[in-house]
Design a binder for this molecule. Sequence first.
Ligand SMILES: [Zn+2]
Length: 105
Amino acid sequence: MSDRRATLEALRKTLQARLRAYRGHKTRSLDKDAEEQSLEVENDEVVDRLDEEAFAELGQVDRALERIADGEGEICEDCGEPIDARRLEALPMTTLCIDCAERHR
Ligand SMILES: [Zn+2]
């Protein structure tokens, strides 16, 4: 399962780069004039949402990496049953089996 770990680490870098870009976007918008600023505010709301999503996803990736490091990367953190390999391939950051994921929805 070291492939999954590599996938997660690559994903982690991508998400961190995205978060840096979102935060850079917000810093830049402070220099604009009033009209541009009002456009930027709407834009910023979209960026905020993307930022939150990326941040949540990054947390999930970190969690999955921690569980892999503990030798529990393929075990559902809720019920303790093995997570289906196809599920791990499709959703490498998951820490729940399909049944528990459905229940938590
Ligand atoms: Zn489970």
